[in-house]
Design a protein around this ligand. Sequence first.
Ligand code: NDP
Length: 307
Amino acid sequence: MLYLHIEPDQQLWLDAFASEAPDLKVVTAEDNPDPDKVRWVAAWNPSEGLFGRFPNLEAVFALGAGVDAFVRRDDLSEDVPLIRLLDAGMAEQMVEYILWATLTVQRDFDRYQQLQQQQKWQEHTARLKKQMRLGILGLGALGQEVATQLAAYGYPVSGWKRSPLELEGVRVFTGDQGLDDLVTQSDVLISLLPNTPQTRGLLNGELLKKLPQGAALVNVARGVQVVDEDLLQLLDSGHLRFAALDVFHEEPLPPEHPFWTHPAIRVTPHMAAATLPEPAVEQVVANLKKLEAGEEPAGLVKAESGY
Ligand code: NDP
């Protein structure tokens, strides 16, 4: 029996399971299932203590790419396999979000918005794609796809990760020096890093001031990677021109937070890449079959790295 914990759109998920695996018994809290019979949990935003209720848990499926809410929890032993989604339709959405943010600065749409408010007719000199260097932090399931698609579209793209990687059309940097080299050569810096102790606070003043004058930041990863005050200071000083922020320390972003009203910031409500029930359920069901066959599932989270 698989216990599903997700909102909103629970019915869409139940329908996707019914269509992909008609023989699989899927239950929710409303069914009040016998906890002993629950073998698997598929969840997003798992509530505190959720996993502790099921003594015979064989695996947990995170219905998203980031697993920071699933790791280092008292109610979930590291011995229970944790399996996350790989892309599942999210990379395509990430490409669109990052393209929107890049075009906003490349084609001066941010400036034209302000000029319209002042009823001013004034043209800025356009920049070509080859003049917009994109630096992507994190080249995993999403970062690799974003990097290759935007490189194929004509942007000079670099990426950064810990272990080396060959990626067609993309310069890959590693290590601390690699991070510095990438940041100093990025007109748009994009984070697609997981939330780990090493990435928390990485996007701080010291790093962001190494970006070229007038650069932009796109954070579609996790809010805790940004030091909010440092970002505001660099935008106010004019060193950075623009930030597109989809994720925040606290979500929903509190009404009094200065990001809401800052003229150089675009706030979006953690929508850069939504989890889509059909491709997600397809992956869960394929992985259930692998588990039953004694094979390693795709997207198994390594306990030591936590992503
Ligand atoms: P992956 O785990 O597949 O990729 C993570 C990448 O980051 C890998 O290339 C990894 O490479 C690199 N990395 C991890 N730690 C470090 C580090 N300390 N220094 C340098 N590189 C590092 O994740 P996904 O691509 O699937 O997703 C990325 C993140 O995007 C998720 O964790 C989630 O937070 C966010 N997300 C946001 C969404 C939104 O709507 N805003 C939707 C979906 C995801 P290596 O192992 O070599 O270091």
